[in-house]
Design a protein around this ligand. Structure first.
Ligand SMILES: [Zn+2]
Length: 379
């Protein structure tokens, strides 16, 4: 497909579990929503907080003007094209897309109005996308329900360009031209039109012990305690291998090699940022070094941070899990420390220790808490 002349600079942002918005977790369009948020096409639907995207709300013509003017990085226009958008938050965007020939107005043939508050249909969206991205004509007839629609040609063009696949998966022989377009759908369409990579954040859902195939702990050998601090470890082995099999391997080593009653740690952060449920935090953890683990919530991060850097996904998840734990156990982020602060060990490695000892990690965690906290879905 043809891409716009002005390509957006794309850097795949590493997102914390749950991503930028609280109301799209697990939504079909979440990867697209994050992709367009990452390049500044949307900030959210509830300014100034903007922690929501409203994926199921319909797209108004004014919002569409903003999406498209940002996606195309259009320049400001000095001309005031319409009489009904004065003072509207989208007026600048509306004039930009009018100057670029992407809209002519909402009341032909006069077309002195734009109707910024009116929701857009999927057919109208197709017409605007064709003009915005100069999508080439299609010889095929892609859908059965748009025959005779004034938007049929535009609809076939957006289908040919791969921007839309249809409205009735998996058959997808219909486009639903009269249905209102939702913000979630629009995010996906813009992602495809711009050739952006969908950026699905790690799930907020913590992988349960059942999920990674844990064996039962030897409860009789475990000691209850009350969490009063957050303590970070690294696994100490440099490995690209992660996932349930790896966690089962750690548990096997701890129970059958070290003789501990369960995995030593309460929470595991995988190489890819996935978060795993470890030992029940109601029981104190174990250590191969000499310190009393009573009161410590033990969080282990996979890797050897004496020699390698934690991945961005791991850091995002580590901060999320610490913010969540701080609230859940009512302990301040000021209690965050590393294993090496309590015993003679290189754990958790100098690259993590730098973040801990500079106070940066605690600051980042506090900021997450201050901005509404992190709702991990704990098993
Ligand atoms: Zn350690």
């Amino acid at each position: 497909m043809r891409l716009p002349a002005l390509a957006l600079s794309v850097m795949l942002l590493v997102l914390p579990p749950g991503g930028s918005f609280t109301d799209d977790d697990g939504d079909t369009h979440e990867g697209g929503i994050e992709a367009i948020a990452g390049v500044g096409i949307t900030a959210g639907c509830n300014p100034p907080a903007n922690d929501r995207f409203c994926p199921d709300s319909s797209v108004t013509r004014g919002q569409m003007a903003a999406f498209i003017s940002r996606a195309r990085q259009l320049a400001d226009s000095r001309e005031d094209f319409f009489t009904d958008d004065s003072g509207d938050v989208f007026e600048r965007s509306i004039n930009k897309i009018a100057a670029a020939g992407i809209t002519v107005g909402c009341n032909p043939p006069v077309n002195d109005r734009f109707c910024p508050d009116r929701p857009m249909t999927r057919g109208e969206m197709a017409a605007m996308m064709v003009r915005a991205f100069a999508l080439p004509a299609s010889r095929g007839d892609h859908f059965v329900d748009d025959d005779g629609s004034i938007f049929e040609s535009a609809i076939d063009r957006v289908a040919l360009a791969g921007v839309t696949v249809g409205c009735n998966p998996p058959v997808n022989d219909r486009f639903c031209p009269s249905a209102l377009i939702t913000r979630g759908q629009m995010a996906t369409f813009l992602t495809r039109a711009l050739g952006l990579a969908p950026n699905r954040p790690p799930a907020l859902t913590v992988v349960s012990r059942e999920g990674w195939g844990a064996v039962a702990p030897r409860l009789a050998e475990m000691t209850p305690h009350t969490i009063d601090r957050l303590t970070i470890h690294h696994a100490g082995t440099q490995t690209g291998v992660t996932g349930p099999g790896q966690i089962r391997g750690w548990q096997d080593w701890h129970m059958n090699g070290q003789g501990w009653p369960d995995l030593a740690y309460h929470i595991v952060v995988g190489v890819d940022g996935r978060i795993y449920e470890g030992r029940d935090p109601a029981f104190r953890g174990d250590t191969g070094t000499t310190y009393d683990t009573t009161g410590h919530l033990l969080v282990v991060v996979e890797g050897n941070f004496e020699v390698e850097q934690p991945t961005a996904a791991q850091l995002a998840s580590l901060k999320s899990v610490l913010a969540w734990a701080s609230e859940r156990y009512d302990v301040t982020p000021n209690t965050i420390s590393g294993h090496g602060d309590h015993a003679a060990t290189l754990c958790p490695g100098r690259h993590l220790e730098t973040l801990i000892h500079s106070g940066q990690l605690a600051d980042d965690v506090q900021r997450l808490i201050d901005s509404g906290g992190v709702d991990l879905i704990w098993p």
